[in-house]
Design a protein. Structure first.
Length: 367
């Protein structure tokens, strides 16, 4: 476990080599943590201070040199090696859990804002390339097509937009029937975009914005869907407290799992055998992809948010935080059985005391 000074509600992001975990916290810091637990190595590599709490999920550049994260009214580019600021770009507010998207070929990072705009920003220096204006706030995370020519993003105005990545012009828009808080996911063949449409999950043709299919749930679909590696199954959570597995070909249900609390966005394991997600019942869960049965459940001290799996497929990382003024915790859980991962060479009591001694009187601590 690694403690921060306040809630940690964003999805942790991994470096391309899998050795560093980047976590944003509402204690106004972005943390870089070692993923490997070593008894003689500090867990924390560096921390980056922002004047506002971080509720935006960080994104790592494809080359692993920069981390992009929103905090308050700014998008920050941070040096992944040492935590130094590369640049910042002002907006009028970045939505909770909104994740920037990066296009390597366009050398651009895309992010939505409460000021109704989708921004395209030069990764080199943080200057504006273009902005696309919607009718209401953009809280959905943008998704870039596999060919990096189109950016898909939802808006509170009830539309999913397809925007030309080169110049910010509109390709098409699809009216969803309600504000779009879910973040779209694009199929690997660039033929389909899947997104939450109020109480439905919608599959839309990426070429022209026409509807392929819808699947109706009993609650709002605000979480971001996840596709299996073979693209045959899409997983989504719903406000009706269920996790659904659907056939991507026609939107028919494979199975559903009753969560017992509102879910976070799901994460499919690298080996495709499990789906990980956090829940409002203060738990991190693993469900078998084959039949929707529960593999394991790990109880935390507060609401648990979207998890990330390590590249070696041995660990699941997830942030946690209560709704009140409490500390946030980043958990490292064994992906195979859902057990907590203690630091090698120390008993739990020794680890707790070592951390308390190290951070006594400071901001960062374990809980």
């Amino acid at each position: 476990m690694f403690g921060t000074g306040f809630r940690t509600i964003t999805k942790p992001a991994l470096s391309p080599d899998g050795k560093t975990l980047f976590v944003g916290s509402e204690d106004e810091h972005l943390y870089a943590l070692h993923t490997a637990l070593q008894s003689h190595e500090e867990q924390q590599k560096w921390e980056f201070y922002t004047p506002e709490g971080i509720v935006s999920t960080p994104t790592v550049s494809p080359d692993g040199k920069a981390v992009y994260v929103g905090a308050g009214n700014n998008l920050y580019a941070v040096n992944a090696a040492d935590g130094g600021q590369l640049w910042k770009f002002p907006t009028n507010g970045i939505g909770a859990d909104a994740k920037p998207a990066v296009s390597e070929s366009q050398k651009t990072v895309y992010v939505g804002s409460y000021d109704k705009n989708l921004y395209a920003i030069n990764t080199a220096d943080g200057t504006l390339r273009w902005k696309f204006t919607t009718l209401k706030s953009v809280q959905s995370s943008p998704a870039v097509s596999m060919d990096e020519k189109t950016v898909f993003v939802g808006s509170d105005d009830g539309n999913l937009y397809a925007v030309n990545a080169a110049d910010g012009t509109l390709r098409w828009k699809y009216a969803t029937g309600g504000g779009v808080y879910s973040s779209p996911v694009v199929s690997k063949d660039d033929k389909m975009v899947i997104v939450g449409c109020y109480r439905d999950l919608c599959a839309i043709n990426a070429a022209d914005g026409t509807l392929r299919w819808t699947f109706h749930t009993g609650g709002e679909v605000q979480t971001s869907p996840a596709l299996s590696a073979d693209q045959k199954t899409v997983y989504t959570g719903s406000g009706d407290e269920n996790l659904y597995a659907l056939h991507t070909a026609d939107g028919t249900q494979r199975w559903k799992y009753a969560i017992g609390g509102g879910p976070s966005s799901p994460t499919v394991s690298i080996n495709q055998k499990m789906v990980f997600f956090g829940a409002d019942d203060q738990s991190l869960n693993a469900v078998n992809t084959a039949d929707g049965t529960l593999s394991w459940k790990f109880s935390t001290g507060g609401g648990t948010f979207t998890p990330t799996e390590s590249l070696d497929q041995k660990t699941v990382f997830a942030g946690e935080g209560d709704s009140g003024d409490s500390e946030g915790t980043v958990y490292a859980i064994c992906s195979g059985d859902g057990t907590d991962k203690p630091k090698p060479g120390l008993t739990p009591a020794q680890e707790q005391q070592a951390i308390l001694d190290k951070y006594a009187g400071g901001k960062v601590h374990d809980r």
